[in-house]
Design a protein around this ligand. Structure first.
Ligand code: AMP
Length: 396
């Protein structure tokens, strides 16, 4: 897949209307609907500010939640318009629809240097279904399309891919950074290239393991998914997570790693518990996990082996926690890994979702080269899949 895409600095936007796809899918308080974390809005500011400074008329759009094609008043983007206006220190005009009369009138009247935010795109079923009529109507509001919502590039929706059929399409600064750093790591990594995978399920990461076996020098597996691999090797795993239908796959992956000379590291010791609880007494096991115990975190020896492998790396990609890090009693493996990445001196990339949350929660975010803004999107990126929201952008 070609990651070398035109960006907002490669096109003339001055005096033009620009449709800007943002990721304003912010968390909100369930009752008051107050925005509880505005990180995603702040992340969009550099591209918005650049466009406004270039004298473009910015028509921003996003989805929020899962209204599934229905107008759900609780999922209005109005609170986002208000917060965005506070952050920009200027008025953000808000349209009460997406491609309807209000949006059309406000887009038409929009002057260079002004910004308009459309209502939640997913209020219209045409968005997720990528209906050409919806994509065309969105495109008709503008002259240039800028995509900056990395979190949705793995979806072929009207606003993430469909509109590119009608407008010159380029990336904003957020997507540009994702493509440069993650694309660079996959296509031309500084070696040794070490991939660290964890989290609950093997099945979520099959494509990632497959693709990384072609590219990485070492793959480290921790978290709940490690136990399917341990069982595949013939070890007892007690009541640990296990995907029985993935045992053959696990054996195949271990064999493939051996054949390709890719180091494949699994935990040798584990911090276990009798029940899935932070209050459970941690029991350290080595090798087999006795009946009645479940692996909750990697043990101290595994921490050391895993962290040593990361220390000498040139590039590290990490996706998925090493244990049940939400429980402080079982967070040490994930914490040690976050620290090892932070101190490695390597190019370090943390996938979105839980591992990004862990790195932030544990206080190491500042020392990581890049924390991806997309969970599902960054996984599909690591799988080497074609991302519709990237493929549709103009090549450099
Ligand atoms: P994922 O969404 O697949 O990246 O998985 C993240 C989740 O995996 C987190 O909520 C962790 O608590 C969970 N997890 C990590 N290690 C284990 C484990 N050993 N047993 C059960 N769940 C785990």
């Amino acid at each position: 897949m070609n990651y070398n895409k035109k960006t907002v600095t490669d096109v003339d936007v001055s005096g033009k209307k620009v449709l800007l796809r943002c990721d304003f899918n912010v968390p909100q308080d369930k009752t008051t609907r107050a925005i509880t974390d505005d990180k995603r809005i702040r992340a969009a500011l550099p591209t918005i500010q650049y466009l406004l400074d270039q004298n473009a008329a910015v028509i921003a759009c996003s989805h929020l939640g899962k209204p599934k094609g229905e107008v759900k008043p609780e999922l209005t983007l109005a609170p986002v318009a208000k917060r965005l206006s506070e952050l920009l220190g200027r008025e953000v005009i808000f349209a009460s629809d997406t491609i309807g009369p209000d949006a059309q009138a406000k887009a038409q009247a929009l002057k260079p240097g002004q910004i308009l935010l459309l209502e939640n795109l997913r209020f219209d079923i045409g968005e997720e279904k990528n209906k050409p009529e919806f994509a065309k109507a969105l495109a008709d509001l503008a002259q240039v399309y800028v995509s900056d919502a990395f979190g949705t590039v793995h979806r072929a929706h009207a606003s993430t891919a469909g509109v590119a059929a009608y407008l010159p399409a380029v990336s904003g600064f957020l997507i540009q950074k994702e493509l440069e750093i993650m694309g660079g790591a996959l296509n031309n990594p500084k070696r040794p290239f070490v991939a660290v995978l964890g989290g609950a399920k093997v099945s979520d990461k099959i494509g990632v393991i497959n693709n990384l076996l072609e590219k990485a020098d070492a793959i480290i597996i921790g978290g709940g998914m490690a136990y399917t691999f341990k069982k595949a090797q013939g070890l007892e795993i007690g009541t640990s997570l296990c995907e029985e239908d993935k045992l053959d796959y696990a054996r195949e992956m271990i064999a493939k790693a051996e054949e390709k000379g890719v180091k494949f590291l699994l935990p040798t010791d584990n911090l276990c518990a009798r029940e899935f609880s932070n209050d459970a007494e941690p029991v350290l096991t080595e090798g087999d996990i006795p009946e009645g115990l479940m692996g909750m975190d990697i043990g101290p020896k595994s921490r050391e082996i895993f962290c040593d492998a990361v220390k000498g790396a040139g590039t590290v990609v990490w996706n998925g926690p090493m244990g049940v890090f939400e429980f402080p009693a079982f967070a040490e493996g994930t914490r040690a890994m976050a620290k090892a990445l932070a101190e490695s001196g390597a190019i370090t990339i943390v996938g979105g979702g839980d591992s990004a949350a862990a790195v932030e929660q544990l206080g190491f975010a500042g020392e990581i080269t890049h924390i991806s803004t997309g969970g599902g999107a960054s996984l599909e990126f690591l799988e080497g899949l074609e991302l519709p929201g990237v493929a549709c952008l103009l090549d450099k």
